[in-house]
Design a protein around this ligand. Structure first.
Ligand SMILES: NC(=O)c1ccc[n+]([C@@H]2O[C@H](COP(=O)([O-])OP(=O)(O)OC[C@H]3O[C@@H](n4cnc5c(N)ncnc54)[C@H](OP(=O)(O)O)[C@@H]3O)[C@@H](O)[C@H]2O)c1
Length: 286
């Protein structure tokens, strides 16, 4: 049995889709805090169980009979509360006799105990201390925060502004990380590994070029004066500091093919039939 926690979210649903392509539906469990919200998954044959990170008893029940658990990190923003939720899930997994845990961590969490990786760092340590077999899949920022339908406005105006200082960005779409998670859950070669997943590196200058080439309309990049408001400014500060330039081939190794290129992403965004992705980065736990 493969259990996916927080399965009702955008990432969890994509993982369930990938698992359904790989194993029988009745071997897949969606553990969610609101079972009524995933009636569509139940209709596809997926087992649905109550599993609330704030209610350990529900986790112990949800994780019974589990060979592999995908522990998707909580969206809780307060680090100690978030780490506590993950600890509760790990404790419940031990009590329930879970065979192995795959945890969605974040790049840098192996070494950085503070800032955006604080809760992930604590969770990685908790997993080590638990003695449970596990695999760490460290995610970069989702591409959707940067490469989304909002870019169509740049094609219309002919201008793409950023405050990234020409530094590189590596991001990966949720769908690719979901495929990787499904592979890690269903293949035997990943136990005990810690993967640093990164996508292809791109800059806003290259993005403006890709928008021009693929739309057939000129788009120029402009360095923004001053900081963008809200989450966008916060993300761009990290890009300017060079924090998103790390490159590994871990994702390609797990997928067996390279992740999407910038041109592929832009082509998809500019194709009229593509459903709109979120148009701006929302404040979120990474
Ligand atoms: N790498 C990145 O760029 C990035 C960006 C944002 C977030 N993240 C992290 O990646 C995770 C998955 O991302 P996503 O896009 O799928 O997020 P999402 O769509 O916001 O989904 C979050 C999920 O967490 C569930 N959840 C919230 N509180 C819970 C609780 N107490 N117990 C059990 N489940 C709970 C939600 O359940 P409900 O459906 O009941 O609300 C939902 O299923 C996030 O939770 C966050 O830790 C990463």
């Amino acid at each position: 049995m493969i259990v996916v926690s927080a399965a009702s979210g955008a990432f969890g649903r994509l993982v369930i889709d990938q698992l359904l392509a790989r194993c029988p539906a009745d071997r897949i469990v969606a553990a969610v805090r609101n079972p009524e919200g995933v009636a569509d998954l139940a209709a596809r044959g997926v087992r649905v169980r109550l599993g609330d990170y704030d209610d350990p008893a529900t986790l112990r029940t949800a994780f019974k009979g589990t060979d592999r658990l995908l522990l998707i990190s909580s969206p809780e923003l307060e680090p100690s509360r978030r780490a506590g939720q993950h600890q509760a899930a790990i404790d419940a997994a031990r009590t329930a006799g879970v065979g192995a845990i795959v945890y969605t961590s974040f790049l840098g969490a192996d070494t950085q105990a503070h800032g955006v990786t604080a809760a992930h760092h604590a969770t990685e340590r908790a997993l080590s201390a638990s003695g449970l077999p596990h695999t760490l899949v460290r995610h970069p920022y989702y591409s959707e925060a940067f490469l989304n339908a909002g870019l169509r406005a740049a094609v219309t105006s002919g201008e793409l502004a950023s405050g990234t200082g020409g530094r590189g960005i590596n991001t990966v779409f949720r769908s690719e990380l979901a495929e990787a998670a499904a592979r890690v859950l269903t293949e035997d070669r990943h136990l005990g590994r810690g993967y640093d997943f990164t996508g292809s590196l791109w800059t806003y200058h290259q993005l403006a070029h890709a928008l021009s080439r693929i739309s057939g309309r000129p788009v120029v990049h402009r360095d923004r004066n001053g900081r963008a408001p809200g989450a966008q400014g916060w993300l761009e500060d990290q890009v300017r500091a060079g924090a998103l330039e790390r490159q590994t081939d871990d994702l390609e190794q797990v997928l067996g093919h390279p992740p999407a290129t910038l041109d592929q992403a832009v082509t998809e965004i500019l194709t009229p039939s593509t459903p709109s992705a979120p148009s701006a980065a929302k404040p979120a736990a990474d």
